[in-house]
Design a protein around this ligand. Sequence first.
Ligand SMILES: Cc1cc2nc3c(=O)[nH]c(=O)nc-3n(C[C@H](O)[C@H](O)[C@H](O)COP(=O)(O)OP(=O)(O)OC[C@H]3O[C@@H](n4cnc5c(N)ncnc54)[C@H](O)[C@@H]3O)c2cc1C
Length: 510
Amino acid sequence: MSRVAVVGSGIAGLTAALRAHTLGHDVTIVTKSALSDGSTRYAQGGIAAALFPDDSVAAHVADTLRAGAGLNVREAVEALCADGPDRVRELIARGAAFDRDGDALARGLEAAHSSTRVLHAGGDATGAELERALVAAVRAAGIPVVEGVFLRDVILRDGRAAGVSLRPVEGADLAVDADAVILATGGWGQLYAHTTNPAVATGDGVAAAWRAGAVLADLEFTQFHPTALAASVAGGTAGAFLVSEAVRGEGAVLRNAAGERFMLDVHPDGELAPRDVVARGIAVEMAAQGGHPVLLDATALGADFLARRFPTIDAACRATGYDWGREPIPVTPAAHYAMGGVATDTEGRTSVPGLFAVGEVACTGAHGGNRLASNSLLEGLVFARRIAADIAGGLPEQTEPSDPPEPSDAVSPGGRDALQRAMTRGAGVLRSAESLKAAAAAVDAAEPSGPDTAAWEAANLYTVAGALVRAALTREETRGCHWREDFPAASDEWLGHVLVSLDGVEWEKA
Ligand SMILES: Cc1cc2nc3c(=O)[nH]c(=O)nc-3n(C[C@H](O)[C@H](O)[C@H](O)COP(=O)(O)OP(=O)(O)OC[C@H]3O[C@@H](n4cnc5c(N)ncnc54)[C@H](O)[C@@H]3O)c2cc1C
């Protein structure tokens, strides 16, 4: 039996913990905020898997590769799509209540999927239902959970992960010794001024893995959702609430400050062009109107229809004072999903022995340069289970007491807003060498601070921002979600991965 420390309690962390517990390991979950806090519970659209007779794993693989702009790691895509159906069935067996059409599972179609294969729950509240089911399963299994503890660093001994050092909301620092550490800390949306991600998404796991010597990959690929409400929702995300593309699918249109539709000049499909094209169209229009958000006009659909079809979005609009049945709402592209992260193989192993990464913190290579919609919840499920199986294969036990961790540098949280603005301007939807260098200057302007949780969180944001900017400067082409205004074409020379580690930036040919 191994001691397993799981950091993070979204779909990836909870699934890894449940499976490792089932296999007989001594599991502890530690998490920064409340157990159910994280991106998982905000997921709207659903989870993709080839579950139906008219679909196939091969078709799901093909769709994922097409979206990934030539950068997917084929082995990871095959693992994702082949394991997916069984993992979703297990989730259903654990009590996740997906929407149904009579006795059958209801199926949704999303952009770039060739088959109707997306399962959803509560209409547009899929993530909330999955998180509820997994939290209930963890509670029922009696797995120890420590809430309100912030991961500072991975503890290393003899070059392997030997536990984690933590700072609780109250009280003294503590350490959890472990034979295997599973990072499941989610993404880094809070690097940007507008994000659909919750406040906990500050890239802590990526920064801690980097400090521990792990290799990071594909950091330059951040997916921006084109339409997020450009106003904060009380008690909700720190940045911007996601307004699903299904709203545009029903007929809502985008207008600039002068009230003119502009997407038809950008792409023949107008508002229904691919997500990254719409995000770029909006970014260009916003730049031309002094950075002000564009408007999403859904008034033609009527207030009653909008409230019935999109209950969660309707509530978010009302909470921010907008009556979207009667007036257009301000929207902006917002950082949504990190394709890159801590580089792992298909068993979730990082380059540091004993250190695993899963879910959005990880870069398995399954998404390549652009994620296919609804593949990220699936990735958390699939690779969490593969990690647990790998740990069951045997890990040397750590018998000696842990070394004290090297303290991480703390950075003044007062600079966070400036960093977010600089990243949005310089390393956002559109970038160039000039804009990226300006973002790098903002990273270098980090000011030291006394050590507390807010300062370590800020330090992690600066660490990830610095690594991301270096990766984005290195890739001199446009591919997937990485749009370089100074290198507007894709080039076969760049078919490969930018890797960042303590040793600097390296290039790995695909
Ligand atoms: C609004 C929105 C809609 C989305 N819709 C979909 C969708 O329809 N389909 C889909 O497939 N994907 C969707 N996604 C993406 C998907 O939700 C995420 O990629 C996925 O939930 C990530 O799961 P995770 O377990 O890796 O991370 P998370 O669910 O983000 O969990 C991370 C956990 O780590 C903890 N943590 C972070 N830092 C620390 C630290 N320093 N110390 C301790 N704990 C820490 C957090 O508190 C949290 O518990 C959506 C995302 C958003 C934001």
